[in-house]
Design a protein around this ligand. Sequence first.
Ligand SMILES: Nc1nc2c(ncn2[C@@H]2O[C@H](COP(=O)(O)OP(=O)(O)OP(=O)(O)O)[C@@H](O)[C@H]2O)c(=O)[nH]1
Ligand SMILES: [Mg+2]
Length: 228
Amino acid sequence: MDEIDAIQQAAREEAASRLFSGPVDFLLSAPQLKFLPEPAVPEIAFCGRSNVGKSSLLNALTGRKAIARASVTPGRTQELNFFDVGRPEEEGALPLFRLVDMPGYGFAKAPIKVVDKWKALVNSYLRGRQVLSRTLVLVDSRHGLKDVDRAMMKMLDEAAVGYRIVLTKTDKIKASDLAVVTEKTAAEAKKHVAAHPEIHLTSAEKGMGIAALRAAVLADAMGEGWTQ
Ligand SMILES: Nc1nc2c(ncn2[C@@H]2O[C@H](COP(=O)(O)OP(=O)(O)OP(=O)(O)O)[C@@H](O)[C@H]2O)c(=O)[nH]1
Ligand SMILES: [Mg+2]
C-alpha cells in the first residue's frame, strides 16, 4: 500500500467508524421468509458455521456489546435478525443499509428438522433476496475452510452473490499458524468466482481487523464494485 492508498484507507475507516457509532437499531427477527422486511435498502448478511462468531462480529462492528445475541452454545441465532444502520433524523425515513445476522450451518446437535428449517431459510434468503449486496462468510481461523463452507461458497457463486471471507477468533491462534491458514484460504478463494480475493482477519474480542472490515462493509453496502 503506498502513502496515498494508506491515507484513503484511513479516511474510509474513519467515515465507517463514524457511521457505525451512530444509530444502529434492531429492526426485526424473521423466523420465516414471509416475515422479512420490505426489500427497501441494501443488506449485508453474516453467514458461517454455528459458533464461528457471527453475532459477536456484528456486535464488534457496531461497537455494541450485545445488540446481536452471542453465546457459547452453538445454535444461538435461530432466525434472520435485521439491524438498521444509519437511521436519518426524519420520522419514517429509511436507514442507509441493514446488517443481517443469520443462524449457523453445520450444527449437528439441534434436531434434524430444526436444522433443515434454518438451512432452507438461510439458503432461500441468500439465493432470492434482491437487495442483498454482499455476504460475509465467516470461518474460524483455528479450523480454516470446511466442506460445509465450500458448499456455501459454491451456492453463493452460483447465485452470483459476492462475498468476503472473514477469519474469526484470530486472538486464539499463533501468528505463524494464522499466516498459513490465511494463505490457504486465499488460494481457495481465488477459485471461487464470487469471492473477494482479500481475506479479512478479525478478532471480535480484541478488535483486530474490525475497522478495516467496517470500511469494507460500508463500501459493499454502497454498491462499490469489485472484481477478481
Ligand atoms: N476469543 C474469541 N472468542 C470469540 C470471538 N468471537 C466470538 N467468540 C466466542 O465464540 C462463541 C460463539 O460466538 P457467537 O457470536 O455466538 O457465534 P455465532 O456464529 O453467532 O453462533 P450461532 O448463532 O450459534 O451460529 C461465544 O462464546 C463468543 O464469545 C473472538 O473474536 N475471540
Ligand atoms: Mg449467532
